[in-house]
Every structure is written in structure tokens, then in C-alpha cells.
Design a protein around this ligand. Structure first.
Ligand SMILES: Nc1ncnc2c1ncn2[C@@H]1O[C@H](COP(=O)(O)OP(=O)(O)OP(=O)(O)O)[C@@H](O)[C@H]1O
Length: 318
């Protein structure tokens, strides 16, 4: 992984809502990580752990409270609204949303939904060029040109998510944040949409941040996985490492909550409970520390040695 090119480098990112007020929420509490060019980084964690806030902060739908987000030599956290640099970044980084029903304007024709970014960024020479680009995008996501003049309600959930994907692709982005892109879809459709995202990534060399609370699909699509808990990253490693050799107790507890297909095994399994509050009452300062090549764990200085030993033991030949 170390020879990979970094696309985005996030350092000490903090996002506090309503700071200083009674309803203050510290949604992101000082997270640092890199996103490599061309990878899919899965971001998992329970509802409320701060995944959506992270995604939205990275593409500046929110102004971060503090910290830096380096992208192509620029600190995205410092870009000014309406500036040329912001407009140019907005084109490079796109978002696909969870709910294909809510994210498409029902009064707009599919071609106008898809072409929104083309219009904003003046990417079409004329109407014919715009129509041609829309037709190509429809084909890219497995729909056809005749769908262009229809309205969102005429489509199924899976097809609507394809329209949302086409809209994101319209501006030829480099980086896509997919925020629970399949959780609102029928299970039978989920794999199709994930496969489509993978195919598009292969064809276009895109980088994905794939947000999900459900670990099973994330494992399938992700190269690496970051586990989020209470606004912090508690573990970050390759998808295989996170699944087969999790180190942090919270990751273990998340994995223990995934049902396994074998009912007898499922009955015998002990769910692992983990409470960040209890774990942090010791007042120790913790950081995301690399305890094995490419494997990071949120740990205090005096916990690192034990994690290193555990990681090494995991890799001893049986
Ligand atoms: N705009 C906002 N104003 C105030 N608090 C917010 C805002 N957005 C999110 N929060 C709070 O920040 C915390 C993190 O929320 P966030 O939506 O990022 O979590 P999540 O992991 O994406 O959860 P979910 O899977 O439910 O979307 C929650 O406590 C949430 O209530």
C-alpha cells in the first residue's frame, strides 16, 4: 500500500455542530487518514457514529470545525464558497446519496437531472452535445437513451440509483463518496448496483469512499475499511485484515453482530459488547497507530505493544 499515490490526506479533522451551545454535537473528533488513488475505502460504523458527517465534510458540504483535507496540493477545508478553486473541486468530487427517492427532483426529466452538473460546469458545446453526453451516461449505468425524457417516478429504486450514479458521473469526477448507496434498495438489487459501481471504477479509474453500516457488502467492494465509532476511527486496515484479523474490540463487536448462515454456529456465537465511553474513562490519550504494516488501531501508548503482538500472532503460519 505504501507505494500507492495518496488522493486525499485528512489530518485532525473535527466537526462540531452547534459549538458551545447546549445542543453541541461533536460528530467527528479528530480523525486522520489517507485515501489512495483508485481504491475503494469502506467507512463503516453504527448509525450516529459520524460517517455521513465525514463524507459531507470531505466534499465541503460542511465547513470543517478544524483540521485539514489535502487534495491535489490544496487544503479543501480552507476553500471559500463560490471561489474558482471550490467550483473546480466540486467538479472533481461527487456524492451518491442513500435514498434514490429523495435525491432526485420528481418534477425534472431524467436528462435534466443528469445534466445538472454539465450545465453548472458548462461541459456541453450545445444542446445536441448535452443530449449525446446524457445518452452516453445512461448507457454507462445500464439504462438506455429512451429513458432520458421520462420522470423519476417511472423508475424502480435500482434504476433511480443508476440515475443518481449517472448524475455524479456527468462531470467526470475523480472521487466519489457513496453514502449508503444501496441500503434503501431491495436486497436482490443491491449486488447489481454494487457491481455497477465496481465496473465503472475499473473503467474510469475512480476513487470511492463507500459509507455503510452493513459490513457484509462493504467487505465485497472495499480494498480497505475504516471503522468509525463515536466520531473516531478505531481501526483502519485492508478489508481482509479487518474481517479476518480485527484488533480493536469495537470492530470485533461489529463483526460479532453479523449473522452467519449456519444456524447452529449462530446460536453458539457470543456477541461482543464494546462501549467507547467505558473504554475511554481511563482518561488515556489515544490515537490511530500503525501496529502492523497497513493496519491501524485506535490505541493508547501502553496498549500498542499488545496490539502489535496480537497482529503478529495473527500472521504466524498455523
Ligand atoms: N447538521 C447537523 N446538526 C447537528 N447535529 C448533526 C448534524 N448532522 C449530524 N448530526 C449529529 O452528528 C452525529 C453523527 O451523525 P452522522 O449522520 O454523521 O452519523 P452516521 O454514522 O452517518 O449515521 P447514519 O448511519 O444514521 O446516517 C449524530 O449524533 C447526529 O445526530
Amino acid at each position: 500500500m505504501s507505494d500507492k499515490e495518496v488522493l486525499m490526506s485528512i489530518r485532525n479533522l473535527v466537526q462540531t455542530f452547534n459549538p458551545g451551545k447546549r445542543n453541541e454535537v461533536r460528530a467527528i473528533q479528530d480523525i486522520s487518514f489517507d485515501i489512495y488513488k483508485g481504491e475503494t475505502l469502506g467507512l463503516v460504523g453504527e448509525s450516529g457514529s459520524g460517517k455521513t458527517t465525514t463524507g459531507r465534510s470531505l466534499i465541503r458540504l460542511y465547513q470543517p470545525t478544524s483540521g485539514s483535507i489535502m487534495y491535489s496540493g490544496q487544503d479543501i477545508a480552507k476553500l471559500k464558497h463560490g471561489s474558482k478553486d471550490m467550483l473546480s473541486f466540486r467538479r472533481k468530487a461527487q456524492m451518491i446519496f442513500q435514498d434514490p427517492y429523495a435525491s432526485l427532483d420528481p418534477r425534472m426529466k431524467v436528462k435534466d437531472i443528469i445534466a445538472e452538473g454539465i450545465d453548472v460546469h458548462h461541459l456541453a458545446k450545445d444542446d445536441a452535445d448535452r443530449d449525446r453526453q446524457v445518452a452516453e451516461l445512461l448507457s454507462e449505468v445500464g439504462l438506455n437513451a429512451s429513458h432520458a425524457t421520462r420522470y423519476p417516478h417511472e423508475f424502480s429504486g435500482g434504476q433511480r440509483q443508476r440515475i443518481g450514479i449517472a448524475r455524479a458521473l456527468a462531470v467526470q469526477p475523480e472521487f466519489i463518496i457513496a453514502d449508503e448507496p444501496i441500503s434503501a434498495l431491495d436486497v436482490s438489487i443491491q449486488a447489481q448496483v454494487v457491481n455497477l459501481l465496481k465496473d465503472i471504477q475499473d473503467r474510469q479509474g475512480l476513487t470511492y469512499l463507500f459509507i455503510a453500516h452493513d459490513l457484509s457488502m462493504v467487505k465485497y467492494i472495499s480494498d480497505r475499511i475504516a471503522v468509525m465509532h463515536y466520531g473516531r476511527l478505531v481501526e483502519l486496515a485492508s478489508a481482509d485484515e479487518v474481517y479476518n484479523h480485527p484488533l480493536h474490540p469495537y470492530t470485533k463487536s461489529l463483526l460479532s453482530a453479523i449473522p452467519v448462515p449456519d444456524p447452529s454456529l449462530e446460536r453458539r456465537r457470543e456477541p461482543i459488547a464494546y462501549s467507547a465511553k467505558e473504554a475511554e474513562e481511563d482518561g488515556k490519550e489515544r490515537d490511530l497507530i500503525e501496529v502492523y504494516p497497513g493496519h491501524f488501531v485506535f490505541a493508547a501508548a501502553d496498549e500498542v505493544e499488545a496490539y502489535k503482538k496480537a497482529a503478529e500472532a495473527n500472521h504466524q503460519p498455523a
